[in-house]
Design a protein around this ligand. Structure first.
Ligand SMILES: CC(C)(COP(=O)(O)OP(=O)(O)OC[C@H]1O[C@@H](n2cnc3c(N)ncnc32)[C@H](O)[C@@H]1OP(=O)(O)O)[C@@H](O)C(=O)NCCC(=O)NCCS
Length: 148
């Protein structure tokens, strides 16, 4: 389901649970979510009114970059990430996107598995791209999926 900026606070909270080095403030999420080039989808569980996961992409011409995908910690490994990514890719395809790009931290096995499951292919690496809390740095793996 597409999420509008009314969900910005929940998206910021979910993003926080993604364990990324840099958090997103609700106002920053809201600014992204009102941008016409940004597509945000959420996944819901049972009758809960708050999403248990979200995915956000930015479109440019016939390409899109996945900015973030997070499933709440207690709901991981149940297939929700796959459901969310499938719905989001279908929407991007309907909106004329032909190529989707993303970057994932080297060693983020659940995310890498999820992307490879959807036929994303590695197209490059940025060495030492992500700073870690312990002062070390980890490479980013750039991936690409052709939809058309
Ligand atoms: C990445 C993430 C969104 C996946 O969501 P999820 O709902 O747990 O994923 P799914 O249950 O749909 O699993 C998708 C695939 O990943 C695999 N997977 C899930 N958890 C896994 C784990 N802990 N280790 C290895 N593989 C795992 C599943 O087996 C499945 O692959 P398969 O179909 O080949 O068996 C979730 O782990 C998350 O929110 N992580 C923190 C944020 C993050 O790292 N986001 C990505 C940033 S690039």
């Amino acid at each position: 389901m597409r999420l509008d900026s009314a969900y910005a606070r929940q998206v910021a909270i979910l993003h926080h649970f993604g364990g990324f080095a840099r958090g997103w403030e609700p106002a920053e999420c809201a600014a992204l979510m009102v941008d016409a080039a940004v597509v945000t989808d959420g996944v819901f569980c049972g009758r809960r009114s708050e999403p248990v996961g979200f995915i956000m992409s930015r479109k440019a011409a016939d390409e899109a970059e996945i900015l973030s995908i997070v499933i709440a910690p207690g709901h991981r490994g149940d297939g929700l990430g796959g459901v969310l990514l499938a719905a989001h890719l279908a929407r991007l395809g309907e909106e004329g996107v032909a190529r989707v790009f993303l970057e994932v931290e080297d060693g983020n096995e659940p995310a890498e598995r999820l992307y490879r499951h959807f036929d994303f292919r590695e197209v490059g690496r940025r060495k030492g791209y992500y700073p870690k809390a312990d002062g070390t740095r980890v490479s980013a793996i750039a991936m690409r999926l052709d939809l058309a």
